[in-house]
Design a protein around this ligand. Structure first.
Ligand code: DGJ
Length: 695
């Protein structure tokens, strides 16, 4: 410990260490170094003790968690007001508890004036390169406090040559668009004010130094299923500080005397191997979050695009019979199965199977599906209600509302105030009831509208609506998983509007987008896999040209694409020819052979959808099997003008001296790494699945 420090603590991950120090003044924690093992031995790359004319010391220091007293000008994580509107709450060090073996640190600060106490918590889960951070606030004073900003952490990244930021933007049907920003100076902000992570931005950011794009890469991700914000700001000295946490979109939060509030977790990740390496760090962490539920997911069929709202036993069973013949394992009935749900204007809230569609009873229908050897899955959207539903007629006060103001319908529906205990009981009871009543093994939980009205009907005092909604949503998921451990839950929000680390810990699968058209989907999955592990990637083969992207691709392309995660089919297979069905059955059988490697293997993202080479490599944990899924991204509807050499896919993580076999072909690891696996595209051959076995 240097003379200027009062404490220094290091958390070690699998390959990473994160060291913080307590300066002698004790007002805040500072980052010393964050990088590979050993990075802390030497002068800190982020420390600053030079002059700070026109600023304060905290504005330039690599502060871990800053109030506006610490960083009055360059951005605070926490801004607190007293009842009389005074700001500049400042902290002093109280105590630290460090468990280096358990990868945990808790450092407590307190403000002697207001009595606000903050415990900064750190945890590095064993075997990962992720540091989890969150803050517990307690108002130990006598007066109420108001949180004007309530971020969870600041992450400091050395970017001496400029910051290269990577983020994912989107919209409905175009989620997870990976993009990059070259940030010289100033700030870049992404977030959501929708009470849900949303389609517009993914709560995920990567930061690299402009001069080292393939080297050290730092990531930040917010584990919060409500409104959130990430801001990266690069200062004049080359430090990029990333603030992450909740966005208080509905206004300040009250913290009455004696109250406690735990701010959501944000996670930092580090890799020495660029964006591709960072993806693997997130994958490893999400696999840990999945725990014992990390098993290859069943191949599913979902009937949404085949029948839309026109759901009845006959059409569904016709689809289910064909699906079973193809080798599908789970049959999911999407929207349209319940009372009154003839289109998207009615029905939500009245979760009873429609007897008109299932005249012999829903039980009998499910029994028939089960009799085909299929697991049965059901779509629900329990947080929403249609204005023309019995539920809304009985409980109009259950929806979010601002007194005296009209409600804003989105997709013709309102949003239930899940923070209300009686609403949470209703939502839990509805789903729990369905799972107890029927033989259901898979749930697709949808959410098709953000929150517009920041108010509670009849509510007299301000409530943390976002916090209460998210807390109850998480609790319901946890209860359902505990009580129905055999049921897999897919999280969907009009596509990929609800994918964050907190959901990755509670849902088994994400539906990333309603857009399954081949080339659009390729870009969506490319972004998705940078932030999420393959076991979370639900993907369907749908009919071509499909409803979004008309660019044609073969059935093989669509299958290989859907095999990059959890394979599903969403096409109207009643109209598939015998040849198409035979081909589909073949792909499904091959997927079953590789899905263990897809689920547990180390992922390398080779090239991308905007390049000639585009593939995903999965290497089995024992390194003996390498699965490569590759796609032709260029034109495939006509012959090329010249005979050309095959595209080469450089593989990673192989043993240079090893021999890898694919059918009659043998390659050395050195060849596959340095020269690459050849894939030759023709107008009829636009995708490939190659399984290499180590000889
Ligand atoms: C939106 C989802 O993203 C779709 O997959 C489908 O489930 C529809 N909702 C049903 O309304």
């Amino acid at each position: 410990m240097s003379g200027a420090e009062h404490g220094r603590w290091t958390l070690r991950g699998a390959h990473t260490e994160y060291t913080v120090t307590l300066p002698a003044h004790g007002r805040w924690l500072e980052l010393h170094a964050w990088g590979p093992h050993g990075v802390g031995e030497g002068p800190s790359p982020v420390a600053y003790d030079g002059p700070v004319p026109f600023l304060t010391a905290g504005d330039a220091a690599p502060v871990e968690y800053a109030t506006d007293a610490d960083r009055p000008f360059t951005g605070a994580d926490l801004v607190v007001e007293t009842e009389s509107g005074n700001r500049r709450v400042g902290f002093g060090f109280v105590e630290a508890a460090h468990d280096p073996d358990g990868g945990a640190l808790a450092v407590t600060f307190a403000d002697p004036v207001t009595g606000l106490r903050a415990v900064l918590r750190y945890a590095v889960p064993a075997g990962t390169d992720v540091v989890r951070r969150w803050v517990e606030l307690t108002n130990t004073g006598t007066g109420p406090l108001r949180l004007v900003r309530a971020g969870s952490a600041g992450f400091c990244v050395p970017t001496p040559h400029g910051a290269l930021l990577s983020h994912q933007w989107g919209q409905w049907a175009q989620e997870f668009q990976l993009d990059h920003v070259d940030l010289g100076h100033g700030a870049f902000t992404i977030g959501s004010s929708q009470g849900v992570p949303g389609h517009l931005h993914v709560p995920w950011l990567a930061v690299r130094d402009r001069a080292e794009p393939d080297g050290s890469t730092w990531g930040v991700s917010v584990a919060w299923t409500g409104s959130w914000e990430i801001t990266a700001e690069r200062d004049t000295g080359g430090l990029t500080r990333v603030r992450a946490g909740r966005r208080l979109a509905d206004g300040p939060l009250e913290l009455p005397a004696g109250a406690e509030l735990t701010l959501p977790e944000v996670a930092g990740a580090y890799s020495t191997d660029g964006l591709d390496g960072l993806a693997r760090v997130w994958h490893r962490y999400q696999r840990l979050l999945a725990g014992e539920r990390l098993t290859p997911r069943p191949v599913l069929y979902n009937s949404w695009e085949a029948t839309y709202f026109d759901v009845d036993a006959d059409s569904q069973l016709a689809l289910a019979r064909i699906a079973a013949d193809l080798g599908v394992e789970t049959f999911v009935v999407d929207d349209g199965w319940f009372l009154g749900r003839v289109d998207d204007t009615t029905g939500l809230g009245d979760w009873t199977p429609d007897p008109a569609g299932f005249p012999d009873g829903f039980d009998a229908f499910i029994a028939e599906v089960r009799g085909l050897g299929l697991r049965f899955g059901l779509w629900v959207e329990p947080e929403c209600v249609s204005p023309r539903s019995r539920l809304y007629a009985e409980h109009p006060d259950w929806v979010y509302a601002v007194e005296g103001r009209p409600l804003t319908p989105i997709r013709n529906q309102y949003l239930l105030d899940l923070g209300r205990p009686e609403v949470a009981e209703f939502v839990h009871g509805t789903i729990d009831g369905l799972l107890r009543r029927y033989d259901i093994g898979y749930l697709k939980w949808d959410f098709n509208r953000p929150r517009t009205e920041p108010g509670r009907a009849g509510g007299e005092k301000p409530v943390d609506l976002d916090g209460a909604h998210v807390a109850n949503l998480h609790r319901i998921y946890e209860r359902l998983r505990r009580d129905h451990p055999e049921v897999l839950i897919e999280s969907c929000a009009g596509g990929g509007g609800r994918t964050d680390l907190a959901m990755a810990a509670r849902a088994d699968i994400f539906w990333p987008s309603d857009n399954t058209a081949p080339l659009d989907r390729l870009a969506i999955q490319h972004g998705f896999l940078h932030a999420n592990a393959p076991h979370l990637l639900s993907s369907w083969v749908t009919d071509a040209p499909g409803i979004f992207d008309p660019r044609p691709r073969s059935l093989a392309f669509r299958f290989v694409l859907a095999m990059a995660g959890v394979l599903g089919i969403g096409a109207d297979i009643r109209h598939w020819t015998p040849e198409q069905r035979a081909e589909a059955a073949g792909w499904i059988a091959r997927y079953k052979e590789i899905r263990e490697v897809v689920t547990h293997g180390e992922v390398h993202l080779v090239g991308g959808p905007d390049q000639a080479r585009c593939a995903v490599q999965y290497t089995s944990p024992d390194r003996r099997t390498v699965v490569v899924l590759a796609w032709h991204t260029g034109r495939s509807d006509g012959p090329g003008l010249l005979p050309s050499r095959p595209v080469r896919l450089p593989l990673r993580g192989l043993d240079a001296d090893g021999t890898y076999r694919h059918g009659d072909r043998r390659y050395s690891g050195a060849h596959l790494t340095a020269v690459g696996l050849p894939v030759g595209w023709t107008p009829t051959h636009d995708a490939d699945l190659v399984v290499l076995h180590r000889a």
